[in-house]
Write a protein that binds this ligand. Structure first.
Ligand code: PLP
Length: 393
């Protein structure tokens, strides 16, 4: 028996354990300082009432012989797929029901989708990046080419026509940079993918933070995307489902490569290796797309967006450069005096008791950048940014 040697090539992730250790050390030495965490990548507001009601009533259905549900369709119940289909229509995207696959979240599908692709495919991943794209490909032994996302391109790299790639990761709105591609920029990636016979893996996990109607929430808003892109989305950040677990992946019927349909392959993969998302959770998820659900999740999203504004207003006043803050829960700021992101982390923690995430944890282009998030309370975000302003004014 031989183990998968590719696991030896994974970088140990010290980011969040190092942060936790530094915070613990500080707290034990300064028990009276109130620490404010603006590094949180998880939502903090509870599920909205439309979802809670739907979950309760689905639980009751499971307790009655007449309405009890056993195994459901692996690709999800039609009631939820139809709700998602209608949601896409509001962005002028028409999907067939069989193109929509319900999952337990974007992370699983982002990893699992790699089952469909040859090990020798070349992968393009932006740097800095959500680490899952990198690690899942390293586990499979694939060759990764990094594209620089930096200040020069506003953290929105465009295709390098001299590079030949097979799989392309795009995350927009981006974690960690908060940057969002516009339609013209995404069209360049689509043209490039079609020319290279490549597939774009488009992560739309933060689409619900987009307020600007000119920015695309789905890659399928752009012509020809159905010929080259798979889209991953999630209710985690949209509706507070990080602990409830529900997402969806769109695999268009038009994706045909080597005489094989990616949609059929994904269906085969899911029916073989996955037994579906719990009925109860899918009922809760469907409630997100009702009129009440949409109104209620919007209130929560607005709360986070207001926090993002508190952060970005402070940075504006201090003339500190940043991306995100608009159309995204993340604010990606340039460390003052081009400081290293870990040094900046130490200063914020030790001088004002504020915790963020050093950009170095997301790739080399994050070395002098820092991620703040809008998921804390309004009061704590205000207090943190008051301290931040007084320190740097
Ligand atoms: N994609 C991005 C860019 C994320 O930041 C996250 C979570 O933080 C995910 C996907 C995972 O989402 P889910 O909770 O649906 O697995």
């Amino acid at each position: 028996m031989n183990t998968n040697q590719n696991y030896k090539n994974l970088n140990e992730s010290y980011l969040f354990s190092t942060i936790a250790k530094k915070v613990n050390d500080f707290t034990s030495q300064n028990p009276d300082t109130e620490i404010i965490k603006l590094g949180i990548g998880d939502v903090t507001l509870p599920l909205c009432s439309a979802v809670i009601e739907a979950l309760h009533s689905a639980v009751d259905e499971m307790g009655e012989k007449e309405t009890f549900k056993g195994y459901g369709p692996e690709q999800g119940y039609d009631f939820l797929k139809s709700a998602i289909q209608n949601y896409y229509k509001t962005n002028n995207v028409n999907l067939d029901l069989n193109e929509i696959f319900i999952s337990d979240g974007a992370k699983s599908d982002l990893g699992n989708i790699l089952d469909l692709f040859d090990k020798d495919n070349t992968v393009i991943v932006p740097d800095p990046v959500y680490p899952v794209y990198v690690d899942t490909n390293i586990m499979a032994g694939r060759n990764i080419i990094y594209t620089d996302a930096n200040e020069n391109n506003n953290f929105l790299p465009l295709p390098d026509l001299s590079v030949k790639a097979d799989l392309i990761y795009i995350c927009s709105p981006n974690n960690p940079t908060g940057a969002v591609y516009n339609k013209e920029q995404l069209k360049q990636w689509i043209d490039y993918a079609i020319k290279n016979n490549a597939v774009i893996l488009f992560d739309a996990a933060y689409e619900s933070f987009i307020d600007d109607n000119n920015l695309p929430k789905s890659i399928y808003e752009i012509e020809n995307a159905k010929k080259c892109a798979i889209e991953f989305c999630s209710l985690s950040k949209t509706a507070g489902f990080t602990g409830t677990r529900c997402g969806y992946t769109i695999v268009p019927n038009a994706l045909n490569f080597n005489g094989m349909s990616l949609n059929k392959m994904w269906l085969r993969r899911q029916t073989t290796k996955f037994n579906g998302v719990p009925y109860i959770v899918q009922k809760g998820a469907a409630a997100v797309f009702t009129q009440d659900g949409q109104k209620q999740i919007q209130e929560n999203l607005n709360y986070y967006k207001q926090n993002a504004k508190v952060i970005s207003n402070t940075l504006d006043k201090l003339n500190i450069k940043y991306t995100g803050g608009k159309n995204s829960p993340y604010i990606w700021l340039k460390c003052p005096n081009n400081m290293n992101s870990w040094d900046f982390f130490d200063i914020l923690l030790n001088k004002i008791g504020v915790v963020g995430t050093p950009g170095a944890g997301f790739g080399k282009n994050g070395n002098n950048w820092f991620r703040l998030t809008s998921f804390n309370t309004y009061e704590k975000t205000q207090e943190a940014m008051k301290r931040f302003y007084n320190l740097f004014k």
